[in-house]
Design a protein around this ligand. Structure first.
Ligand code: ASP
Length: 295
């Protein structure tokens, strides 16, 4: 099978002065994931490697650089799915983990599917994942945004105005195995304990080797209601191309629940699809047939 990798770094009204950092993040993530694939690695390792780079990127709302909750803390959600056996792993509201996608991977490889909060962190500890000081996740930009929000000085009236740099990847390896992975700090100023679409199977991510895989971003409460990633993959089953399926899924999001967001996807042949109804989405892909593009 031809190798393929597509990544995103969020869909929203990305300000002009932040576009380059988003594109650089996508390029770095593609490089990391593509190295795994071309070295003969699995789609699971490639998707994880790409998302770890994006989580570590302080420009993006996942891992370091995440938006703050209404309490001024960071709570992280992540999930990933392996299309070969439909296994998935997810974590929500973790605070002391630098790379929640790695923790989600451990959950996927366990007997469980979804762990939250303290239990997820205990599981991390049992699996040798080091805790960090939660403050290490907070960057100056988000600390400033938080202060402005508390003063009521942030104007978030328009659709897509919320910083929304959730990250994700969909990879296909030489065996035709597909994995979709998504990670986020969630929405700015969310109440603690709030969980959006990202760690929910079928909403933030979905993969089935027989059809394809998708990773989503945008307003999580709306995305969850239309089970966006699974909805996109279902369109592949009905005969749509990856590009058509991505566009049809975003149309469902907009028309059915008035939602804003976007998604990236691969079909079972490694062809790419991407769509969004926000002013911008940061994304990019590498496939053996189409080469590298970053948008
Ligand atoms: N979907 C994410 C959430 O609602 C936000 C985002 O995509 O940036 O948690």
């Amino acid at each position: 099978m031809p190798l393929a990798l597509i990544v995103h770094a969020g869909a929203w009204n990305i300000p002009d002065n932040e576009v380059d950092a988003h594109l650089a993040g996508c390029r770095n993530a593609l490089a990391a994931g593509w190295r795994v694939l071309t070295d003969g690695g699995s789609a699971l390792d490639a998707a994880q490697a790409a998302v770890v780079v994006l989580e570590d990127d302080p420009a993006l709302d996942a891992g370091v650089g995440s938006v703050l909750t209404a309490d001024g803390t960071v709570e992280l959600d992540a999930g990933l799915m392996r299309g070969a056996d439909l296994k998935f792993g997810a974590v929500a509201t973790v605070r002391r983990i630098r790379n929640p996608i790695v923790l989600a991977r451990h959950v996927l490889e366990s007997e469980h599917v979804f762990l939250t909060g303290d239990g997820a962190e205990r599981f991390a500890h049992e699996h040798g994942i080091a805790f960090i000081d939660p403050k290490e996740l907070i960057v100056e930009r988000e600390a400033r945004n938080y202060e402005r929000w508390k003063r009521g000085a942030l104007n978030l009236a328009g659709a897509g105005d919320y910083a929304s740099d959730t990250v994700g990847a969909v990879a296909m390896d030489a065996q035709g195995r597909i994995v979709a992975a998504t990670s986020t700090g969630g929405t700015p100023f969310k109440p603690i304990g709030r969980v959006g679409d990202v760690p929910l199977i079928g909403c933030g991510y979905y993969a089935d080797d027989l059809l394809g895989g998708a990773s989503t971003t945008g307003h999580g409460e709306a995305i969850a209601r239309v089970v966006l990633a699974k909805t996109a993959v279902d369109f592949l089953q009905e005969g749509a191309t990856a590009q058509e399926a991505a566009q049809m899924a975003v149309t469902v999001l907009a028309k059915r629940v008035n939602g804003v967001g976007g998604l990236i996807m691969l079909d079972a042949e490694g062809r790419v699809g991407f769509a969004f109804n926000t002013p911008r989405m940061a994304y990019g892909y590498i496939t053996e047939e189409m080469g590298e593009r970053v948008f």
